[in-house]
Design a protein around this ligand. Structure first.
Ligand code: PEP
Ligand code: MG
Length: 597
C-alpha cells in the first residue's frame, strides 16, 4: 500500500465562489479527477524500518521504468502520426530528465540516507531543484523547471499505483473536481456516480455547463484553483445556484445546507403541479414550451417536465466519445427513436454543430487557433458534404415516423443557407429515386446566432419555415465574449440593450413574414428573460428539463398585455443593470414567495 494513505492530513474549511451553472445542492465526498497535484502535495514524512528501504528503492525504480515506458509509447505515437512529430522532442527531453542525475540519483540517495518514502524524497529533491531554477532569471530554465514538475507528477502517479483516471473509474457517489471537463467527459456522467462537478475553468454557456443542466447534475465552474484546494475524500458542499463551494464544512454548516437542499427539493416538487397545465397567460395567450436535448436518454425527463415537443436536439452529441463517424443507419436509429417517442409532438433536429468547444475526434486534421470563429457547424458540413448528406438522408428517412423538423446551425448569410438547402434537396432526390418514405413537407429552419444573420433576418425569413434564436452564440458573437472563458464571463449580459434590440429585430422580421420564432439558448429557460420573450411575441421557448416548469409558472402568473408593456419598457433602458433591476421588481410583484427564480 502506498504510504500516502497513512497520513490523512486534517484539511481546513474553505469557502470558494465560482459560476453556478447547474442548480441543485449536494453534500458529498470529493473525487479529484486531476490527481497529480494531490500526490505531490500529500507525500508524508516518515522513517522507514531499515528492512523496508530496499523495497522502497525498488518501488521507486519500478515507477521510473513505468514512466519511461509510458513516455516512449507517447513519443512513438507522436512520431507515427505526422502531425505530432514536432512535439516528440519534448517527450525526448522528458525522457532525459528521467535519467537526470540531480533528480533521480539524489532521490535515491535521500531514500537510503534518511530512510524516507520515495514520494517524500522525490518531493523534497523537486523542491530544491525548483528553488534553484527560480533563482535563474532566464525563461529557458523556467520552462525546464516546469518540465521537471511534469515528470515528477508522472512518477508520483505511478508510485501511487493509479492508472489514468476517467469518470468511469468512479465507484462511489462523488463530487468530481477537475481542472476542466470536456462535453464528452460530461456526457459519460449519465452512467456514473457523479453527484455534482466542479472545475477550475469554464463559463455558463459552455457545452459542458449546458450538458450538466440537461443531465440535472449540479455544477460550479470557473473556480480557478479548486483542484489545488481539495483532496479526494474531502467533504464538500456544492450550491449550483449561487456558485458557492464549501470545503470541509463544519457540522453546523452541513446542517444549514441540508435544510437548504430540502427546501430546494420541496420547491422542485411544488413545480410539478404545473406539469399538465398549458403554458398560458392569465388572459389566455399561449406559448409552446419545448425541450432541449443532447442524448436520447433525456427524453423521459423532458416528458416528465411537461415538454410540448423537442425544440432543439443537439445531434452533434452522436459524434462525441467515439472514433468513427456514425453511419446513416445509426443516425436513423437515433432520429427514429426521437420521432416515435414524441408521437404527434414535433422534434427539431439540429444538424450537427461540431467545432467550437465540441470537438469531433473522428475527423482528423482540424486544428484551429480560434475554433469559435472557425470551421464550425454549417461551415464544417458544407466543407464535408458527404458527412452532411449522410445525416440529412437519415433525418428525412426518420421523418416518416413522426413530426420532425430540420434546423441548420450558425447560418451567417443567404448563400450559405442556399448551399445547405441544395444538399438537402439532393438528399431528397436520392431518397425519392430509392423509393424511401419521408415527410415531403418537412419544415426547415435556421438558428439565428450569428449577428449577420440577425441583421438580415427579414431576407432569410423568405427562405425558411422558422427561426430558432440561439442566444448562447448570439451573445458570444455580439458581445465578443468567448463562451467558455471564465475571465470574460462577467461580460455575459443577456440584458445588454444590444442583445435585446437584436432579438427584437429577429422576432419582428419573423412575424412580418409569418414564420415561427423560437428561442433555444439558455436565456429561454430563465424566467426573467422568458418574461421579455413572451412580451416580444415569441411563439415557443426551448430549454432543459429543469427549467420547463419554472418558466411555465412564470407564464401562468402574468397577463400577456403586461408582458408586452414590460418588453417595450426594457427596450428603453441604456444598460443591462437598469434592465435587470426593472425586471427584478416586476418578478417580485408577480410572485412574491419565489425562493429560487
Ligand atoms: C445557442 O447558441 O444558443 C444554442 C442553442 O446552440 P449551442 O448552445 O449548442 O451552440
Ligand atoms: Mg449555438
Amino acid at each position: 500500500m502506498s504510504l500516502l494513505a497513512i497520513d490523512k492530513v486534517k484539511r481546513e474549511v474553505a469557502l470558494m465562489r465560482g459560476i453556478g451553472v447547474s442548480a441543485g445542492i449536494v453534500i458529498g465526498k470529493v473525487y479529484l479527477l486531476d490527481s497529480r497535484k494531490y500526490h505531490v502535495e500529500a507525500a508524508p514524512y516518515c522513517h522507514l524500518d531499515e528492512s523496508l528501504v530496499e523495497g522502497e528503492l525498488k518501488r521507486f525504480k519500478d515507477a521510473l521504468d513505468l514512466s519511461k515506458e509510458q513516455l516512449s509509447k507517447i513519443r512513438d505515437q507522436l512520431t507515427g502520426d505526422g502531425r505530432g512529430k514536432e512535439h516528440a522532442g519534448i517527450i525526448d527531453a522528458h525522457l532525459m530528465i528521467l535519467n537526470d542525475q540531480l533528480l533521480i540519483d539524489d532521490t535515491i540517495k535521500l531514500i537510503k540516507a534518511e530512510r524516507v518514502s520515495a514520494e517524500w524524497a522525490l518531493k523534497s529533491v523537486l523542491k530544491d531543484l525548483v528553488a534553484l531554477f527560480d533563482k535563474i532569471d532566464d525563461p529557458y530554465f523556467k520552462e525546464r523547471s516546469s518540465d521537471i514538475e511534469h515528470i515528477v507528477d508522472r512518477i508520483m502517479m505511478n508510485l501511487s499505483g493509479k492508472e489514468h483516471e476517467s469518470l468511469g473509474d468512479i465507484k462511489e457517489p462523488s463530487v468530481v473536481v477537475a481542472h476542466d471537463l470536456s462535453p464528452a467527459d460530461t456526457a459519460q456522467m449519465i452512467q456514473g456516480n457523479v453527484l455534482a462537478f466542479l472545475t477550475d475553468i469554464g463559463a455558463k454557456t459552455s457545452h459542458t455547463a449546458i450538458l450538466a443542466r440537461s443531465l440535472e447534475i449540479p455544477a460550479v465552474v470557473g473556480l480557478e484553483d479548486v483542484t489545488n484546494r481539495v483532496e479526494s475524500g474531502d467533504t464538500i458542499i456544492v450550491d449550483g445556484m449561487t456558485g458557492a463551494v464549501i470545503i470541509n464544512p463544519s457540522t453546523s454548516v452541513i446542517k444549514v445546507y441540508e435544510k437548504r437542499r430540502k427546501r430546494y427539493e420541496d420547491y422542485e416538487k411544488t413545480l410539478l403541479h404545473y406539469k399538465d397545465l398549458p403554458a398560458e397567460t392569465i388572459d389566455g395567450h399561449t406559448v409552446s414550451l419545448l425541450g432541449n436535448m443532447e442524448i436520447v436518454e433525456e427524453i423521459p425527463s423532458l416528458m416528465d417536465h411537461g415538454a410540448d415537443g423537442i425544440g432543439l436536439y443537439r445531434s452533434e452529441f452522436l459524434y462525441v466519445n467515439r472514433d468513427t463517424l456514425p453511419s446513416e443507419e445509426e443516425h436513423l436509429a437515433a432520429y427514429k427513436h426521437v420521432a416515435k417517442k414524441m408521437g404527434s409532438r414535433s422534434a427539431v433536429i439540429r444538424t450537427f454543430d461540431v467545432g467550437g468547444d465540441k470537438l469531433l475526434s473522428s475527423v482528423d486534421g482540424i486544428e484551429e487557433g480560434n475554433p469559435a470563429l472557425g470551421l464550425r457547424a454549417i461551415r464544417f458540413c458544407l466543407k464535408y458534404p458527404d458527412i452532411f448528406k449522410t445525416q440529412l438522408r437519415a433525418i428525412l428517412r426518420a421523418s416518416a415516423y413522426g413530426k420532425l423538423k430540420i434546423l441548420f446551425p450558425m447560418i451567417s448569410g443567404v448563400e450559405e443557407l442556399r448551399r445547405a438547402k441544395a444538399l438537402l434537396y439532393e438528399a431528397r432526390c436520392e431518397l425519392e429515386d430509392e423509393g424511401e418514405q419521408f415527410d415531403h413537407d418537412i419544415e426547415v429552419g435556421i438558428m439565428i446566432e450569428v449577428p449577420s444573420a440577425a441583421l438580415i433576418a427579414d431576407i432569410l425569413a423568405e427562405e425558411v419555415d422558422f427561426f430558432s434564436i440561439g442566444t448562447n452564440d448570439l451573445l458570444q458573437y455580439s458581445l465578443a465574449i468567448d463562451r467558455v472563458n471564465e475571465h470574460v464571463a462577467y461580460l455575459y449580459e443577456p440584458f445588454h440593450p444590444a442583445v435585446l434590440r437584436i432579438i427584437k429585430t429577429v422576432v419582428d422580421a419573423g412575424k412580418r413574414h409569418g414564420i415561427g420564432v423560437s428561442v433555444c439558448g439558455e436565456m429561454a429557460g430563465e424566467p426573467e428573460h422568458a418574461l421579455i420573450f413572451l412580451g416580444l411575441g415569441i411563439d415557443s421557448l426551448s430549454m432543459s428539463a429543469r427549467s420547463l416548469l419554472k418558466v411555465k409558472k412564470l407564464i401562468r402568473s402574468v397577463k400577456y398585455h403586461d408582458a408586452v408593456n414590460i418588453s417595450k419598457a426594457v427596450l428603453g433602458f441604456s444598460t443591462a443593470r437598469e434592465v435587470e433591476g426593472y425586471i427584478e421588481t416586476k418578478l417580485v410583484d408577480l410572485y412574491k414567495e419565489e425562493p429560487w427564480s
